[in-house]
Write a protein that binds this ligand. Structure first.
Ligand code: GLU
Length: 331
């Protein structure tokens, strides 16, 4: 079972991906992550997760920072202000991922995979269900290719392999700070999962583990669609001999049909509200109402919410973008 690493003052992180605009859904998770750390006087690290080329949109990183600041969510270390763990942008941290990959290779924990499955294609970003991540990998490429270069020769030009992590048999268990005990047997569920689609290991799963560890993050609070991905990350922590953080997974904002927010559910981009001169407290008030910490329609700032934050009173149901909310937002 995993135990959180021992730091006295909590360190949390905000890890936006500049692949799209910040919307009400990710803003809510960021707000809760910020409140959880700030309410205990801890440190917030902002890390830009920009490894998913070509999905990364050049302006999205700056916009995410502006959106967060507008919401009253601040940070102590980040790409714009630096800090002791700089750089805070993943594309500038490739050496660290390469070193971790070299270690995993020396331990024979990874192998190159040339299967054209969707999860290989999607290995660069977090595996949010609903994106095309697929089910169990049967291990087709285990022991098949001697090296990344050898794997490349069997692929048509333009396609590259992925690194897969060899999973151990047996159950993975951790105590989630909101959901309680979580168990998953990786071998029959995901199988050997894709770690990165990059020769030097710069892909979501390896990078998130390496960075959270290197940045001394003690609490990872994020949407509950990544709860199963946590088991994969814990396996990588263990293989690398790194202490894992404490994980907290909170419900997502969903559409009335229960799906993750998407463009078709209306324009919920923070930038749109910001540029339409909607007061930020109206938006943080809505996010807080969804959490169970404010009245419907109440305007309240992120800082004012510090006194109301309590994970034990966070509503357990997903937050729903229903007609009432859409009318309130005018979308
Ligand atoms: N950058 C990732 C995302 O936006 C964060 C995943 C995580 O919190 O580990 O999906």
């Amino acid at each position: 079972m995993s135990t959180p690493n021992a730091h006295t003052s909590p360190r949390g992180r905000l890890a936006p991906s500049p692949t799209g605009a910040l919307h009400l859904g990710n803003a809510r998770s960021f707000l809760i992550a910020w409140l959880s750390i700030r309410s205990r006087g801890g440190t917030i690290v902002l890390r830009m997760e920009d490894l998913d080329h070509p999905k990364v949109k050049p302006a999205a990183a700056d916009e995410a920072l502006e959106d967060l600041r507008w919401l009253g969510i601040d940070w102590d270390e980040g790409p714009d202000i630096g800090g002791p763990c700089a750089p805070y942008t993943q594309s500038q941290r490739r050496d660290l991922y390469a070193a971790a990959l070299a270690k995993l290779r020396s331990l024979d924990r990874v192998y190159p995979c040339t299967c054209s499955r969707a999860d290989v294609e999607n290995a660069q970003s977090a595996p949010h269900p609903g994106d095309e991540h697929t089910s169990r990998y049967p291990g087709t490429c285990r022991g098949k290719h001697a090296s990344w270069e050898a794997a490349c020769t069997v692929l048509p030009e333009g396609r590259i392999p992925a690194w897969r992590f060899r999973v151990d048999p047996g159950e993975s268990v951790f105590i989630d700070g909101f959901l309680g005990e979580r168990r998953l047997d990786l071998a029959p569920s995901t199988g050997d999962f894709a770690l990165a689609r990059d020769r030097d290991g710069a892909g979501y799963t390896l990078a998130v583990v390496v960075d959270d560890a290197a940045m001394g993050v003690t609490e990872v609070l994020r949407g509950d669609d990544l709860v199963d991905a946590t088991h994969c990350q814990l396996a990588v922590y263990k293989a690398l001999g790194l202490p894992p953080p404490h994980f907290v997974h909170v419900p997502l904002v969903v559409s009335e049909s229960g799906r993750r927010l998407a463009k078709r559910h209306g324009d919920t981009r923070i930038r749109t509200f910001r540029e339409s001169d909607v007061p930020a407290a109206r938006i943080t008030g809505l996010l807080a109402w969804w959490c169970g910490w404010a009245e419907f329609g109440e305007s309240i700032t992120a800082a004012q919410l510090l006194g109301r934050f309590d994970l034990r009173t966070l509503r357990r149901e997903p937050a729903v973008l229903d007609e009432k909310v859409k009318r309130f937002l005018g979308i």
